[in-house]
Design a protein around this ligand. Structure first.
Ligand SMILES: NC(=O)c1ccc[n+]([C@@H]2O[C@H](COP(=O)([O-])OP(=O)(O)OC[C@H]3O[C@@H](n4cnc5c(N)ncnc54)[C@H](OP(=O)(O)O)[C@@H]3O)[C@@H](O)[C@H]2O)c1
Length: 385
C-alpha cells in the first residue's frame, strides 16, 4: 500500500470513529461535557492522523530502501551467476578487443579463451642466452618482463631457471611458456619433454605449453595420429593442473583440423611467424573463427623490417622507433608478441608501446603491403630430422 493510501485509510477510520463517538454523545444532557468530549476526540484524531502519516512515511522509506537493496542483491547474484557460467564455458574471447584488458598493475594483457591472462608483450629467449646466460633473463625481469617464451629446443631452460631463482620473483607473478619439439611427440615422450622442461626451469607447472611444429618432416606419414595422441596427453596435463594453457605453434588450418577431430579441449593459442610483411591473413581468419588466439613470433621480422621505409616513416611521425611501430601494429591487431632483444635499452623500448596508437588507415595500409621479411620456415616444408 502506498504512503497516500495508508494515510487516507487512517483518516477514514478516524472519521468513522468520530462519527460513532458523536452519535454516542448525542444523548448527553450536559452540552459542555459533550463539547469537551468532541474536542478531545478531534485532537486525538489529529494526533492519530499525524502519527499515522509519520509512520507511513517511515514505512514507505523502509520499503523503498528494502526494494533497492533487494534489487541490487538480485542484480549482484545474477552477475555472479553469469560469471560462474561464463568461467565454466570459458570466457568469450575476442581477438580484436582483447588487448584492451589491463590487469591489476595496469600492464596490458590478453585473455585466452579459458580466462588465463597472457601479457601482451613477452620476452622471446631464442638465442638470447648464448653469450651471457642467465644475466640476459635477469635484465629482462629487471626491465619489467614477466613473460618468458622458451622451448626445449632452445636449450636455455636451465639458464632461465637460474634467473627465475635468483630474481626472487614470486612464481605466480611469472608467465612461463615452453614448447615440445616435434621429435618428442607421442604420449610418453611428450610427458618426458614437459618434465625435463619443468625440472630445468625449476618450476612445478608451466603457464603455457605448446607443440612447437606439427611434424618433423614432410616424409612423416604418421603425423596425424601422433598429433592426436600428443594432444590427448596435453589435455591430461591441463586437467592435472600442470599447465594452465595448452596450445600450438606453426600450425596452419590443415594441421589444426585433424587435431580438432579428436580433441576434447580446443587449443587456446597458436604461435606463428607474424609481422608486418607476413601476416598470414588466411590462417588468422581461421583462428578467429575457432577462437584460438594468434601470437607473433619474430614480430620484428628478425630485424629485417626495421629498415623498411614504410615503418621508419611512421616511426618519425610518432616519435617512436621502428621496433615500437611494428609491435604496436600487432597489439592493435589484437596479437600478443614476444620480441627478442639483447640490451636492456631495447628490452625497455619494446615494452614502451602503450602511449600511442596507429590510425585505422595506417593499420589497413600496413596490413596490405606485399610479402616482406619472411623467414622461409614453412611448417609443411621444414625438415627437422
Ligand atoms: N615458435 C617458433 O617456432 C618460433 C620461431 C622463432 C622465434 N620464436 C620466438 O620468438 C622470439 C622472437 O623472434 P626472433 O628472435 O626470431 O625475432 P624478432 O624478435 O623479430 O627480432 C629479433 C632481432 O631484432 C633485434 N631487436 C630487438 N629489439 C630491437 C629494437 N628495439 N631495436 C632494434 N633492434 C631490435 C634483435 O637484436 P639484439 O638481440 O641484438 O638486441 C634481434 O636481432 C624468439 O626469441 C622466440 O622466443 C618462436
Amino acid at each position: 500500500m502506498s504512503e497516500k493510501n495508508i494515510v487516507d485509510d487512517a483518516i477514514s477510520k478516524v472519521n468513522d470513529m468520530g462519527t460513532r463517538a458523536g452519535d454516542a454523545i448525542k444523548d448527553f444532557k450536559d452540552s459542555e461535557t459533550a463539547e469537551k468530549l468532541a474536542d478531545g476526540i478531534k485532537r486525538g484524531a489529529k494526533t492519530a492522523v499525524e502519527g499515522v502519516a509519520k509512520g507511513a512515511k517511515i514505512a514507505a522509506d523502509g520499503i523503498a530502501e528494502g526494494t533497492k537493496i533487494a534489487s541490487q542483491t538480485i542484480k549482484n547474484n545474477a552477475e555472479a551467476n553469469a560469471k560462474k557460467r561464463a568461467s565454466r564455458r570459458g570466457t568469450p574471447f575476442d581477438q580484436q578487443s582483447a588487448y584492451r584488458t589491463p590487469n591489476d598493475d595496469g600492464k596490458m594483457v590478453f585473455m585466452l579463451r579459458n580466462g588465463v591472462a597472457i601479457p601482451a608483450v613477452g620476452y622471446g629467449s631464442f638465442l638470447a642466452t648464448e653469450k651471457e646466460g642467465k644475466a640476459v633473463i635477469l635484465d629482462a625481469f629487471n626491465e619489467g618482463y614477466h613473460y618468458i617464451d622458451t622451448a626445449a629446443f632452445y636449450k636455455n631452460e636451465a639458464d632461465i631457471g637460474e634467473a627465475i631463482k635468483e630474481s626472487g620473483i614470486d612464481r605466480e607473478e611469472l608467465f612461463i611458456c615452453s614448447k615440445v619439439w616435434p621429435t618428442m611427440l607421442g604420449k610418453d615422450k611428450l610427458r618426458e619433454s614437459f618434465e625435463k622442461s619443468c625440472s630445468d626451469l625449476g618450476v612445478e607447472y608451466l603457464n603455457m605449453l605448446l607443440i612447437h611444429w606439427p611434424k618433423v618432416s614432410q616424409k612423416d606419414e604418421e603425423w596425424i595420429p601422433k598429433l592426436q595422441e600428443s594432444w590427448a596427453e596435453m589435455e591430461d596435463m591441463y586437467k592435472e593442473g600442470k599447465v594452465r594453457a595448452i596450445g600450438l605453434s606453426n600450425f596452419l588450418p590443415h594441421h589444426i583440423r585433424p587435431l580438432l577431430e579428436t580433441a576434447r579441449i580446443k587449443p587456446m593459442l597458436d604461435q606463428l611467424e607474424l609481422h608486418v610483411g607476413y601476416m598470414q591473413e588466411f590462417t588468422l581468419k581461421y583462428l578467429k573463427q575457432e577462437k584460438i588466439m594468434a601470437q607473433a613470433w619474430s614480430p620484428l621480422g628478425r630485424a629485417k623490417m626495421l629498415e623498411d621505409e614504410r615503418i621508419t616513416a611512421l616511426a618519425e611521425k610518432y616519435g617512436k622507433s621502428a621496433a615500437q611501430i611494428l609491435l604496436r601494429y600487432l597489439i592493435q591487431r589484437g596479437i600478443p608478441a614476444i620480441p627478442k632483444a639483447s640490451s636492456p635499452e631495447r628490452m625497455r623500448e619494446n615494452l614502451d608501446i602503450f602511449d600511442f596508437g596507429l590510425t585505422d588507415n595506417e593499420i589497413s595500409f600496413l596490413s596490405c603491403i606485399t610479402e616482406t621479411g619472411w623467414s622461409g620456415e614453412h611448417p609443411d616444408l621444414v625438415e627437422w630430422e
